[in-house]
Design a binder for this molecule. Sequence first.
Ligand SMILES: [Zn+2]
Ligand SMILES: [Zn+2]
Length: 91
Amino acid sequence: MKKCIVCKKDVSPENEINVYRNGIETDDVMHSACVDSEKYRECEYCGFGIVHPVKDLNDQSECPEHKGESNMDDEEREGWEDIIENMTKDG
Ligand SMILES: [Zn+2]
Ligand SMILES: [Zn+2]
């Protein structure tokens, strides 16, 4: 049985959450109860049972694999960031 990377205890398959890094599956698993949302989050598109380090997710909670699924490509996103930046400057 695999060990939880958080609490180091055995993880049964029903409680198993797979950890992906850079959008790639790793051997790391953790209990669903051990997922620290400050550090690991689900990707909207990978769905339940898979978490990614928060740093691998973009603003839309998309993993590198699914980045852009919610329709903005990088160029458009940069445009948006400029717009948002300008808006927040005024506020
Ligand atoms: Zn655990
Ligand atoms: Zn994903």
